[in-house]
Design a protein around this ligand. Structure first.
Ligand code: AMP
Length: 285
C-alpha cells in the first residue's frame, strides 16, 4: 500500500494513474478502523481498479471539543488493517494540509441542504454537516474518485453527501453500504472503543430494540413506537436517548403517520456515559 501524507504527493501519484484510465473507489474515514470501514474498502476493491482510503479526524465536524480530543487515533493499527484488506492507497493528511492557515474561509452557505441538515444530527450537532460537507468536498476534489463508498450506519450523512454531490455536479457515484454489526447487534463504530464493559454490554440493546420496533409496526402508531423505544432504551442504566426520529427514508422529513411516506427509517442517537452512539433501521420501503 502506498501512503501519502500530503496533497502534492497524492496528486503526483494520481496524475500517473490517470494516464492509465484506472478507476478509483474512495472510502473517507476518521480512522480507528473496524470491519465496517473495511467492508467499504472491500466494495471499493471489487468495483474499481484502485481503492483509496483517507484517514483524517476532521475538526470542523465536531461540535464538542472533548469528543474531538478523545476520538481514538491508532494509525499504526489502521495501516496494518488496510494492508490486510489490500487497500491500494492511504491518504492521511496532516491538519495543515486540509485547512491551510492562509485559506479563505469557505463560503459555507453556498450549499443549501434544507431539511436534510436541520433534523436529527443537524438539530443536535449544530454545524456538524457543514463540517462534513466541507471536508468531503475537499477530499473528493483531491482524490478524484469515480465511486465513493459510505456506510448506511450514518444514514443522514449518506443523504447529505448524495445531495452535496448532486448540487455540486461532481462526477462521482455515491454508493451506500450496509451497516456491519458486532455479534450482539451493536453497530460497529470507532467510538465503541471508548465504552466501559458495562456500557458496551448494555449498548447492544439499541439495535435489539430497533428490531423490536420494526416488528410492532402493524400494531402501533408512529408516536407510540417512538415513545416505547425511548422508554425501553432509557430503562438501561447506562443509556440515555438524545433523540429518536421516524422519518421519510428519502427526504428525512419526520413523519407522524405511516401512510405519509412510501418508505420510513427510524434513526436514534443515544448517549452511553459520555459516548454518543447512533444507529438506524429501515422500517419499510
Ligand atoms: P467514520 O470513520 O466514522 O467517519 O466512518 C467512515 C465511513 O465508514 C462512513 O461512511 C461510515 O458510515 C462508515 N461506517 C462506519 N461504521 C460503519 C459500520 N458499522 N458499517 C458500515 N459502514 C460504517
Amino acid at each position: 500500500m502506498q501512503i501519502f501524507y500530503n496533497i502534492a504527493a497524492y496528486k503526483a501519484w494520481h496524475a500517473k494513474l490517470k494516464s492509465k484510465h484506472a478507476s478509483i473507489g474512495f472510502v473517507a474515514t476518521m480512522g480507528a478502523l473496524h470491519q465496517g470501514h473495511l467492508s467499504l474498502i472491500a466494495s471499493a476493491n471489487q468495483e474499481n481498479e484502485c481503492s483509496v482510503c483517507s484517514i483524517y479526524v476532521n475538526p470542523t465536524q465536531f461540535n464538542d471539543s472533548g469528543d474531538y480530543e478523545k476520538y481514538p487515533r491508532i494509525l499504526d493499527d489502521d495501516i496494518a488493517a488496510l494492508e490486510k484488506q489490500n487497500c491500494d492507497v492511504l491518504f492521511a493528511p496532516e491538519s495543515g494540509e486540509m485547512y491551510p492557515a492562509n485559506e479563505e474561509e469557505a463560503p459555507r452557505s453556498k450549499l443549501n441542504l434544507g431539511v436534510l441538515a436541520e433534523v436529527m444530527e443537524g438539530e443536535f450537532r449544530p454545524g456538524h454537516f457543514d463540517g462534513v460537507v466541507t471536508i468531503v468536498e475537499k477530499l473528493f476534489r483531491i482524490i478524484q474518485p469515480q465511486r465513493a463508498y459510505f456506510g448506511e450506519k450514518d444514514y443522514q450523512q449518506l443523504a447529505v453527501i448524495r445531495k452535496m454531490n448532486q448540487e455540486f455536479g461532481l462526477p462521482i457515484e455515491i454508493i451506500g453500504c450496509p451497516t456491519i454489526r458486532e455479534n450482539d447487534g451493536l453497530a460497529m463504530s470507532s467510538r465503541n472503543l471508548l465504552l466501559s464493559s458495562a456500557e458496551r454490554t448494555e449498548a447492544s440493546a439499541i439495535y435489539r430494540l430497533l428490531v423490536k420496533s420494526k416488528e410492532q409496526l402493524k400494531n402501533l402508531e408512529v408516536q407510540q413506537i417512538k415513545q416505547r423505544l425511548i422508554d425501553d432504551i432509557n430503562r438501561f442504566e447506562t443509556l440515555d436517548v438524545e433523540y429518536i426520529e421516524i422519518a421519510d427514508a428519502q427526504t428525512l422529513k419526520p413523519i407522524d403517520s405511516w401512510d405519509s411516506a412510501e418508505s420510513a427509517v427510524c434513526c436514534v442517537a443515544v448517549l452511553s456515559g459520555n459516548v454518543r452512539l447512533i444507529d438506524n433501521i429501515m422500517l419499510y420501503n
